[in-house]
Design a protein around this ligand. Structure first.
Ligand code: CTP
Length: 405
């Protein structure tokens, strides 16, 4: 059953052209029984297997079929995309999977999939040879990397007479996955979450600064995901070239000191604080008023010596007096990743450290992928190589467990 009873959430079920389409009727019923409002969008081929009239009777809602089938809603794909709290395509044919991976949007179902911000689940069903086809497997990998949940098909007797992998997963399994995603979509309502992100810039003179190559992607992905799940989010961001995430209060800062001051405002009211920023540990002792010049500011041998002083540790300082706020720090390491992460858990008074190995150039910093260890006092758990969006999801699952119980 659904956790949140105050608002009836909408699950959009996509039905594509496969014999397993008849099982979508049972899926609709299972989701309704769990308390969801269900709407159905079908492809033209899907409607050859089960008529829209069947789904209309089951859902008591109009069934969406074509891009222009509702004269009152000329941009139907957008209204459907907005209404959906979760979009589950079951069964999904090889053709639709390949189209989703390529971003093809040539009918109402695929256009809605492209337009929606709702979590997308795909339950494939097809002949076993098609399932093993390289293009299909490549498309599935692409979709997984984008954060789409694939509900793996089962092995067994297939409608075409072959025996093998490709049979639609059980309705219970698909319904469970969709409902879990739905609960996740609302699990942070009422929470206030602070996120720090990006690098800081410590000025040396009017035109130069000390910084790091942090892209801010991880912090922005976390802020966006937390807001999508209903939290009130404040993102204190160093200079990055990312747009403000939707529905997030963004405070843009430059230096570590400014980041500390902005974070200090939100921290006491936050139920969780997630420190992803790559804060400069040191700053030049003084900022020159004029541009530093060779021959003027340099020593006789041409060298330039800059005295650096330590910056405040934002995480450690705020977490030292954290009250009930659940505190997550990140640790960028190049060796002994777990031990270093465990050290920072204690020294920074954090409840969890997300540690990663930044020595691998394909992961971390500017990369879209990451592999991390979630370290808490009683647990160390390593992830696969995942996207930063997936990392945001997994981390917030863990944070939600702590702050909503
Ligand atoms: N952090 C912070 N303020 C600082 C330095 C770090 O808030 N001045 C936070 C980071 O946002 C991160 C965690 O502390 O959540 C660990 O950052 P990291 O750079 O890995 O560690 P450092 O404390 O800088 O330690 P070291 O560079 O010695 O590994």
């Amino acid at each position: 059953m659904l956790d949140n009873e105050s608002h009836q959430p909408t699950i959009l079920v996509g039905v594509t052209g496969c014999i397993a389409a008849y099982k979508s009727c049972e899926l609709v019923r299972a989701l309704q029984n769990a308390g969801a409002r269900v709407k159905v969008v079908m492809t033209e081929h899907g409607s050859r297997f089960v008529t829209p009239a069947t789904f209309k009777a089951l859902t008591r809602e109009p069934v969406a079929l074509q891009l222009f089938d509702d004269p009152n809603a000329p941009i139907h794909h957008i209204s459907l995309a907005r209404e959906a709290d979760v979009f589950v395509i079951a069964p999904a044919t090889a053709n639709v999977i390949n189209k989703l991976a390529a971003g093809v949007a040539d009918d109402l179902l695929t256009t809605t999939a492209l337009a929606t911000q709702a979590p997308l689940l795909v339950a494939p069903a097809m002949n076993n040879h098609m399932w093993r086809d390289q293009t299909v497997q490549d498309s599935l990998r692409t979709l997984r990397q984008r954060g789409v949940s694939i509900i793996e098909p089962e092995s067994g007797y297939l409608a075409c007479g072959d025996v093998g992998e490709g049979r639609l997963a059980s309705i219970e399994q698909i319904a469970r996955a969709a409902l879990a995603e739905l609960n996740r979509a609302r699990d942070l309502v009422g929470q206030r979450i602070l996120v720090t992100a990006g690098p800081t810039r410590e000025p040396l003179d009017p035109v130069r600064f000390i910084s790091s190559p942090s892209s801010g992607l991880t912090g922005y992905a976390i802020a966006e995901e937390a807001a999508r799940r209903g939290a009130e989010v404040t993102l204190v961001s160093g200079p990055v070239s990312l747009p403000d995430p939707f529905d997030v209060t963004v405070v843009r800062v430059q230096t570590a000191q400014e980041m500390f001051e902005a974070a200090s405002w939100s921290f006491p009211q936050s139920t969780a604080a997630i420190f992803t920023a790559a804060v400069a540990d040191f700053r030049p002792e003084s900022r020159a008023n004029q541009k530093l010049k060779k021959g003027i500011d340099t020593a006789s041998d041409g060298s330039l010596t800059i005295a650096m002083v330590p910056n405040i540790d934002i995480l450690a300082t705020l977490a030292a007096d954290k009250g009930d706020t659940f505190v997550v720090g990140f640790a960028a390491e190049t060796r002994d990743v777990v031990a270093a992460g465990q050290g920072k858990l204690v020294s920074k008074h954090a409840d969890m450290i997300v540690a990663n190995d930044v020595s691998d150039p394909t992961l971390g910093f500017a990369s879209k992928h990451n592999q991390v260890w979630f370290i808490s006092a009683d647990e160390v758990e390593q992830t696969e190589v995942i996207t930063k969006g997936e990392l945001a999801r997994l981390l917030l699952d863990k944070v939600a467990l702590q702050i909503t119980r």
